[in-house]
Design a protein around this ligand. Structure first.
Ligand SMILES: C[S@@+](CC[C@H](N)C(=O)[O-])C[C@H]1O[C@@H](n2cnc3c(N)ncnc32)[C@H](O)[C@@H]1O
Length: 391
């Protein structure tokens, strides 16, 4: 099997640390998001219009957005319902009618006084935990009003407004030293809605420009990648490219919570997205970072890639970006796990792309966080002689 060629443009894009922006990428700051420029470059380098791209750990949907905008079929899975909700909204184009309904609702939400019924609501829900403190309850009222107002809209408009609320709520509450007041939140809500409508317009134009090929609507499926080969929705799906970023070994990311004033965690984003919560951090991270040898993590990666292998053919390229808390032992273990799942590297070891990541906020077990600031891009194909034959 021949090694693939990696262009300078791809290396440069992989190392690009500019702020994530463009199209619908700004809709929500999903933890450990891909850099869209890297995703775009990888799609251009390794696929043709009309091809199929799979992101089995799709998160906030960066791959799905870029793939669809480039005229490729895009399909993804994620176990986090919040991630799938955000991905769905980012890849669902709005009609003119939806846009005018959204504009009207934003006008009403940001101009009207908060109705008094909202103040009477009792905070009894798991989803509103830590949203009752001084400084946050007024914003909670505002978001309750937003959600109530969005419920009268057609489904796409309603979900769009909910993502405006998610973006505004994340800005207002998550890891903020000073929580903004109601007036500031209203202004931000309006600004977010306006820039998100611009992003949606750019996305719609990009999709329309690629209309010369026949492609399906992008799909973000809320399920584990483990077992997709037995899921009817994946019958006939053979990706030319698997482009993904799995949970990182030994690194714990808070995919499912906002942190209010320090470590007080809230599931409020799920309430805004009308999505089901109920799992712990280790569920989304494929295991606990405290476990000796990260046995659960590596077993999860092996099972995941065995399922992915069952969909691939020998032409499929698997490109993944990941970081290690302790690369010295975790990288060899990861590569061994990929082998056991039926893959082999498609580049020489010295051609792997490494990049430094500034300002990443995550938790690891090691006291020096130097290594966690490095991410690597790995390239694999199905092995002609798999250790374990695909199912
Ligand atoms: C590093 S994030 C992906 C971020 C994504 N590349 C983006 O641009 O937003 C990893 C994702 O894997 C998901 N995940 C963890 N275990 C999974 C599993 N068994 N099946 C599918 N997704 C899983 C997590 O919920 C998380 O969203």
């Amino acid at each position: 099997m021949e090694n693939i060629q990696i262009s300078e443009a791809l290396i440069e894009a992989a190392r690009n640390v500019k702020r994530v922006s463009g199209l619908t990428h700004d809709f929500y700051k999903y933890p450990a998001r891909f850099s869209p420029s890297f995703v775009r470059e990888a799609i251009q380098a390794f696929t043709q219009p009309g091809d199929t791209i799979l992101d089995p750990f799709a998160g906030g949907g960066t791959t799905l957005v870029e793939a669809h905008a480039a005229g490729r079929n895009a399909i993804g899975t994620d176990i986090n319902s919040l991630a799938c909700f955000v991905s769905k909204v980012k890849t669902s184009r709005l009609t003119k009618k939806d846009i005018s309904a959204v504009r009207q609702a934003v006008e009403q939400i940001t101009e009207a006084p908060l109705p008094s019924w909202i103040r009477e609501e009792v905070v009894d829900s798991h989803y509103k935990h830590h949203m009752e403190a001084v400084g946050t309850w007024r914003l909670r009222h505002f978001f309750e009003f937003v959600v109530a107002s969005s419920n009268t809209l057609p489904p796409r408009g309603r979900d769009f407004i909910r993502v405006v609320a998610l973006r505004t709520g994340q800005w207002a509450l998550d890891n903020r030293k000073v929580i903004p007041n109601l007036a500031e939140a209203r202004i931000k809500f309006r600004l977010n809605a306006s820039s998100m409508l611009d992003g949606m317009r750019a996305y719609t134009e990009a999709v329309a420009a690629g209309r010369n090929v026949d492609i399906n609507k992008p799909k973000a499926i809320n399920r584990s990648v483990i077992g997709i080969e037995q899921d009817r929705r994946f019958i006939g799906v053979t990706p030319q490219l698997v482009l993904t970023s799995p949970p990182y070994p030994g690194v714990h990311l808070l995919y499912h919570r906002w942190q209010i004033k320090g470590r007080r965690e809230t599931a409020f984003p799920y309430w805004l997205a009308s999505s089901l919560d109920g799992q712990t951090a280790s569920y989304y991270n494929l295991g606990s970072r405290h476990e000796a040898g990260l046995k659960t993590y590596f077993a999860g990666i092996q099972e995941s890639f065995k399922s992915i292998a069952a969909l691939c053919n020998h032409e499929t390229l698997v490109v993944q970006m990941l970081a290690f808390s302790e690369p010295d032992w975790q990288l060899p273990e990861y590569l061994q796990t990929m082998k056991a799942a039926g893959f082999q590297e498609a580049v020489q070891a010295d051609a792997r792309i490494w990049r430094e990541v500034p300002n990443r906020k995550w938790y690891t077990n090691v006291t020096t966080s130097e290594n966690t600031k490095m991410e690597v891009v790995l390239f694999h194909r199905l092995s002609p002689h798999p250790l374990t034959p695909p199912n």
